[in-house]
Design a protein around this ligand. Sequence first.
Ligand code: FES
Length: 87
Amino acid sequence: AFEVELARSGKVIWVEADQTVARALDAAGVLLPTSCEQGICGTCLTRVVEGIPDHRDQYLTPEEQAANDQFLPCCSRAKSARLVLDL
Ligand code: FES
């Protein structure tokens, strides 16, 4: 498990091991558009301000994934203890 911080509100949300970031945000009342929830469509694309995402999508190119400045919260997770998101 890890936590995400929302850069705009300073809100910190805990993401359980059996929960996606998108579900954790939804449970916390944060609006985030999702569609496929499988890392394919790109609808949930979110900018990462700080931290290292654990990319599990099939939407970003390897180069985009390596830049670590955006990720797909419907399926991707975190390699760092905290991700700071542009939300
Ligand atoms: Fe489709 Fe996240 S909802 S990539």
